[in-house]
Ligand binder design. Structure first.
Ligand SMILES: NC(=O)C1=CN([C@@H]2O[C@H](COP(=O)(O)OP(=O)(O)OC[C@H]3O[C@@H](n4cnc5c(N)ncnc54)[C@H](OP(=O)(O)O)[C@@H]3O)[C@@H](O)[C@H]2O)C=CC1
Ligand SMILES: CC(C)CCC[C@@H](C)[C@H]1CC[C@H]2C3=C(CC[C@]12C)[C@@]1(C)CCC(=O)C[C@@H]1CC3
Length: 345
């Protein structure tokens, strides 16, 4: 019988390694002595110890080149949630993830760590300290969430101890930190256009915002603790800062840190949600004629006006997870990293 030569445990690949989370993950893996292959549709930087492979993850042949001699694959590529393009989400998150799994099998990869999302259970209503056993959203709030659910199911179902292929899913929530192209830039853009004067709802809703280095720490712990006899096999894990914060306090701290005023006036949640829904519908109908990108999408309004925080007790118990950067320090580091977005810059 032919024996399969095991690739070195220190060779890994990061699919989506040019993105916000992916690049932070790559930098930390290199610090820890891993040789890293980045597979991404674009190359955004260069780093010693990292080999770049540019390609679409739906292309198995391109993936196989990057996965040669790799033992661990981190899959953190996805179209941006704001793209709202159903066909693109289906192609990349569902068909593409199926291709990633096939390529892992063919390349002899032993571990696949998926970046899922805590929002796979979010339906637009309050979630308080939820554990991972909460059922997937029956009515996902957008195509992004819908396809993240399918993606997570597919990766966890692919776990097979017999075939020496182990999988685990990390569910972060509200990732923020230096170089994030979403949260801080969108917030500042809204503030600059005078749209951040209002608090949606009573402003008391608690939310998890997770510093990117904590998310990276969760991914690396998961990869290193994922073994045939460990409880991590085929499981999903919430990774948060473990410090739920009022959504509007968090936004205000970022805004004030960058020199903008904090929102002050309250608007009823249902009113804003109704307007956002109407705008989304109009944008959808007019799409063939003109591209409109509303700041306040139904998803964003739901996220801004409800509780959504998650327990990471399972990650603490099974992989010894603890956040490495507390929220206060994380906000300070983030604000400092965006000098170009300061008021007046
Ligand atoms: N940001 C957040 O708050 C949260 C994110 N997540 C998950 O974390 C992961 C990383 O998110 P984040 O870093 O914010 O996202 P980014 O958009 O910054 O990174 C994703 C990377 O994947 C690339 N990519 C997209 N499509 C393909 C493709 N077909 N083939 C190869 N590469 C592709 C992107 O390229 P391009 O930019 O050109 O599209 C980008 O470089 C995602 O899976 C996301 O669902 C989960 C919870 C919260
Ligand atoms: C205009 C303001 C009302 C809101 C500005 C901030 C928002 C852009 C962000 C607040 C919560 C964020 C969030 C995500 C994206 C950016 C926010 C909406 C995700 C949707 C990213 C992908 C996920 O998997 C879940 C995230 C939840 C929180």
């Amino acid at each position: 019988m032919a024996t399969r030569i095991r690739p070195s445990n220190k060779r890994c690949a990061v699919i989506g390694g040019s993105g916000f989370l992916g690049r932070h993950l790559v930098e930390r893996l290199v610090d820890r002595g891993y040789a890293v292959a980045v597979f991404d549709i674009r190359q955004s930087y260069e780093l010693p110890g990292v080999t770049f492979y540019q390609g679409d993850l739906c292309d198995k042949h391109a993936l196989l080149v990057a996965l040669k001699d790799v033992s661990i694959v981190f899959h953190c590529a996805s179209p941006a949630p704001a793209s709202d393009d159903r066909a693109l989400f289906q192609r990349v998150n569902i068909d593409g993830t199926r291709t990633v799994i096939q390529a892992c099998h063919e390349a002899g990869v032993q571990k696949l760590v998926l970046t899922s999302s805590a929002s796979v259970v979010f339906e637009g209503t309050d979630i308080k300290n939820a554990k991972e056993d909460l059922p997937y959203a029956k009515r996902p709030i957008d195509y992004y969430t819908e396809t993240k659910i399918q993606q997570e199911k597919m990766v966890l179902e692919a776990c097979s101890k017999e075939n020496d292929f182990l999988t685990v899913a990390i569910r972060p929530h509200g990732i923020f930190g230096p170089r994030d192209p979403q949260l801080v830039p969108i917030l500042v853009d809204a503030a600059r256009r005078g749209k951040m004067k209002f608090i949606i709802g009573d402003g008391c809703n608690l939310v998890d915002f997770t510093y990117v280095e904590n998310v990276v720490h969760g991914h690396i712990l998961a990869a290193e603790r994922l073994k045939t006899d460990s409880p991590l096999c085929a499981q999903a894990y919430h990774i948060t800062n473990d410090e739920p914060v009022r959504f509007w306090d968090f936004m205000s701290q970022i805004l004030v840190g960058l020199g903008y005023s904090a929102p002050r006036y309250h608007l009823p949640y249902m009113l804003v949600y109704g307007i956002a829904l109407l705008l989304w519908l109009m944008a959808f109908i007019m799409r063939p004629l003109v591209q409109i990108k509303p700041t306040f999408t139904p998803m964003r309004v739901a996220l801004a006006g409800t509780h959504h925080y998650y327990s990471c007790a399972r990650a603490k118990q099974d992989m010894g997870y603890q956040p490495v950067v507390p929220l206060k320090e994380a906000i300070a580091r983030t604000v400092e990293s965006y000098p170009h977005l300061r008021k007046g810059a």
